[in-house]
Design a protein around this ligand. Sequence first.
Ligand code: ADP
Ligand code: MG
Length: 290
Amino acid sequence: MIEARRISKFFSIVNKEGIAEGLTACLSVTLSIEKGKIITLLGPSGCGKSTFLEILAGLQAPSEGEVFIDGVRVLEPLPSTRAEMDAYRKRYRFLSPLANDLFRDRPKHDIAMIFQDYAVFPWMTVLQNVTFTLKLRGLRRAEREKQALFYLNKVGLGASLHKYPSQLSGGMRQRLAFARALSVEPKAILMDEPFAAVDLLTRERLQDDLLKLLDSSGITIVIVTHDVAEAAYLSDEIIIFSPSPGTIRNRFTIDVPRPRRRDHPELADIQERISRLLKYDIDNESEYSI
Ligand code: ADP
Ligand code: MG
């Protein structure tokens, strides 16, 4: 169970005149996601989807609000007094407030993240990409290799273990990213536009691969996408973000059982409603900015 409570994120940016301005990337987003569900976040570009996802992952700290995973807070509050700071340092053995900050933003939870196209290390082979990740997670050498092979075979990359990512197709690279994410046996996988960089046919194949790989694994999935058809096909629930600052504007629950037909009338209906909504938001936003 992932729970975001009143998450806001404020950035300070310098505008064209060189003056500092505040920017609200997301505003008071409250969301609970049940274990094993597939949720998509949909909204116009710049509405704070990536920022929100990184906050869920613990890669960024929210300005306000808290994220809990199975009741455990994703980021601990930084100590505010000298004594608390000393105790904190002793506990984590960090060297300096700077190091403290660096380590603070590392996810402490069983979460894996998949990005659009730079999710794999180009200088490592397929096998090394997965074993390295497992090394970071503290697995012993023998276990690393065994687990890596298991998940690489599962995603169909068993014959490409010693290739480099540059020798793989876009679809295979993304399956490598799946293998890496699955190999750490996470509670949740958060994906930021995971299929945006591949052609439509590959994208649909990858969507089906993902559903097959997840098959009753109980892993919770949060996907950011701007592809309405993809959202309808994959999701148990679609969360629509409003244009900046991102807040939850609408939610659509999809009860169509899986495996789904892509041309299922209920999915078509939802797509139609969502497309109209997004178009309305974009039209109204441009009125403001003209
Ligand atoms: P989305 O993923 O929905 O396209 P983002 O979460 O990437 O949106 O960004 C939301 C808003 O926050 C954008 O206006 C973006 O320019 C701004 N933003 C994101 N990260 C930073 C940052 N580190 N510093 C300043 N502004 C940022
Ligand atoms: Mg984004």
